[in-house]
Design a protein around this ligand. Structure first.
Ligand code: GTP
Ligand code: MG
Length: 197
């Protein structure tokens, strides 16, 4: 699936400019700077496909990448980054929520959580919205290279407990790192399984 071409399709700054629905979409959502764009690159094996940055607020539109015949990956703007200004934050938040709840061909949302920080209030707000809209999501921990094994185990156990009563949550939590590639093959396998459904 990821051996072939991966191409940028479109960037949508607003709901009115989304590309036509075609095939299966999988979205990468999460707080600003959590590592969404980096993980899209790691997954596709193309380091410059999605633009990454040390400073939060890099991705400012919904970016659509086509993988093969039927799959589109969507790199989303991060939520919760106040420094871009109130108006932008509100516009992004509205766009993110509207897209996530209203996209009929959205097969799953990978909800990225920084393994060093865990679930924050703003994450649980988004999860509440996904549960309410019955949009399937899976927690993907990022930056796993920055933690010790014991810290990782504790983090996963804590989030597992927090997910127990969330109906739209996929039970398995994936630990990844775009830096050392851990969890990336498993993430690819999860995508392939979704495509086979
Ligand atoms: P926005 O588009 O601003 O919301 O950010 P993003 O979630 O797309 O994050 P991005 O991929 O741009 O990465 C943000 C920062 O985290 C960059 O400095 C990356 O180098 C760093 N980063 C991303 N993935 C990893 C990882 O697996 N490990 C470590 N240690 N750092 C990472
Ligand atoms: Mg980004």
């Amino acid at each position: 699936l990821f051996a072939g071409a991966a191409d940028f399709v479109a960037a949508a700054p607003s709901l009115g400019t989304l590309p036509a629905m075609d095939g299966v979409e999988i979205a990468f959502a999460g707080r600003s700077n959590v590592g969404k764009s980096s993980l899209v690159n790691a997954l596709t094996g193309r380091n410059t496909l999605a633009r990454t940055s040390h400073t939060p607020g890099r991705t400012q539109q919904l970016n659509f990448f086509r993988i093969g015949e039927r799959l589109t990956l969507v790199d989303m703007p991060g939520y919760g980054y106040a420094a871009v200004g109130k108006e932008k934050v509100e516009a992004w938040t509205d766009l993110i929520h509207a897209y996530l709840k209203g996209r009929a061909n959205l097969a799953r949302v990978f909800m990225l959580i920084d393994s060093r920080h865990g679930l924050k209030g703003i994450d649980t707000d988004v999860l509440d919205g996904l549960d309410k809209a019955a949009v399937s999501y899976q927690i993907v921990l990022t930056k796993g290279d920055a933690l010790k094994k014991s810290e990782i185990d504790a983090r996963i156990a804590g989030i597992q407990a927090a997910l127990a009563r969330r109906p739209a949550a996929y039970p398995q939590i994936l630990l990844t790192s775009s830096r050392d590639d851990r969890g990336v093959p498993e993430l690819r396998a999860a995508v392939a399984r979704l495509m086979a459904e």
